[in-house]
Write a protein that binds this ligand. Structure first.
Ligand code: UDP
Length: 331
């Protein structure tokens, strides 16, 4: 029996593959390499360079391997891009997920784990958000994730053997503590990645997108979760489904909020580099504050972040950035 990881050449997917291999799972990866890298697929996994919307490729994979579970990461993730190009996001994230779900169902897959997002809540307000909060996405990205959650919910309702688990990620950052994986996409827009790039000389400044939000220092507050902790939460979800757990969705965050200015100050403190910071206009679709209530993940999965503090997340992100620079200068 194998676990199929979509997007296993990408940032979170590659950490998931490491986690699965460490637990002696047989792992199959499908990734079209639109943002991922073939070198990022950990050795030991069987890799197919193919698109999750390619029915023929899926047929090949599902007939060549006895896939028991699918962990689905493949998708587009840049919120402002989704505002500019909504149909691309609905096509890649929603329509192709439908193709994947249909093939998984036809192949008798029993467990489907989906990388969802806090973006399904939109702007939930200044309190930690609980899973019972209504869907209110404010971007096509968030809506594309919500639609996939709804497809999974509805498919599970009429196929009791097919159970799904959606993890709603807050702000994922950091890198594998052993530095076997990290965030490698040159197009990332995520704050800790951007600030780590500035701290390692890859960019000359960091922009702060808006400092007039209703928050203590005027900049947006986010809940940062370490990518390795997140991968472990997925393994917990797989274990839960294997034990017969019912379909559900849970938040994955640390429960602590940090402002953009606090994150930038922490990156400067950890790196010892005082890079320039400038004010910039607000970015489309940004909510003032998004922090998780992660009680449910703790209760259901027994999940507690091991690398939860901001300094550890930033230390790993910076170290990965240094190694990536060395890799790129060798190439
Ligand atoms: N941000 C910023 N400068 C950057 C990148 C991000 O000020 O170069 C802000 C962004 O506006 C948001 C927060 O940092 O308020 C987190 O953004 P990110 O893109 O990391 O994640 P998101 O919360 O959008 O998923």
């Amino acid at each position: 029996m194998s676990v199929l990881v979509t997007g296993g050449a990408g940032y979170i997917g590659s950490h998931m593959v490491l986690e699965l291999l460490a637990r002696n799972e047989d792992v199959v990866v499908i990734d079209n390499l639109c943002t991922g890298n073939a070198w990022a697929v950990p050795a030991g996994a069987t890799f197919y360079r193919a698109d999750i919307g390619d029915a023929q490729a899926l047929e090949t994979i599902f007939s060549a391997h006895d896939i028991e579970a699918v962990i689905h990461f493949a998708g587009l993730i840049v919120v402002p891009d989704s505002v500019e190009r909504p149909l691309d996001y609905y096509g890649e994230n929603t329509c192709k997920s439908r193709v994947l779900i249909a093939h998984a169902l036809a192949a008798g897959v029993r467990h489907f784990i989906f990388s969802s997002s806090a973006a399904v809540y939109g702007a939930p307000g200044l309190e930690p958000v609980v899973e019972t909060a209504p869907f209110a996405p404010e971007s096509p990205y968030g809506a594309s994730k919500m639609m996939t959650e709804l497809m999974l919910r509805d498919v599970s309702a009429v196929n009791p053997e097919f159970r799904s688990f959606c993890l709603r990620y807050f702000n994922v950052a950091g890198a594998d503590p052993k530095m076997r994986a990290g965030q490698s996409s040159g197009r990332s827009t995520h704050l800790i990645k951007i600030a780590a790039e500035a701290a390692t000389g890859k960019r000359d400044r960091v922009q702060v997108f808006g400092d007039d939000f209703e928050t203590p220092d005027g900049t947006c507050v986010r809940d940062y979760v370490h990518v390795t902790d997140l991968a472990r939460a997925h393994f917990g979800a797989l274990d839960y489904l294997r034990r017969g757990g019912a379909s559900m969705a849970v938040n994955c965050g640390s429960g602590s909020g940090y402002s953009v200015r606090e994150v930038i100050a922490a990156v400067k403190a950890v790196s010892g580099v005082d890079f320039p910071v400038e004010r910039a206009p607000r970015r489309a679709g940004d909510a003032a504050m998004i922090v998780a209530d992660s009680t449910l993940a703790r209760d259901v999965l027994g999940w507690a972040p091991e690398y939860g503090d901001l300094e550890t997340i930033i230390t790993h992100a910076i170290e990965w950035e240094r190694r990536l620079a060395a890799r790129q200068s060798r190439a």
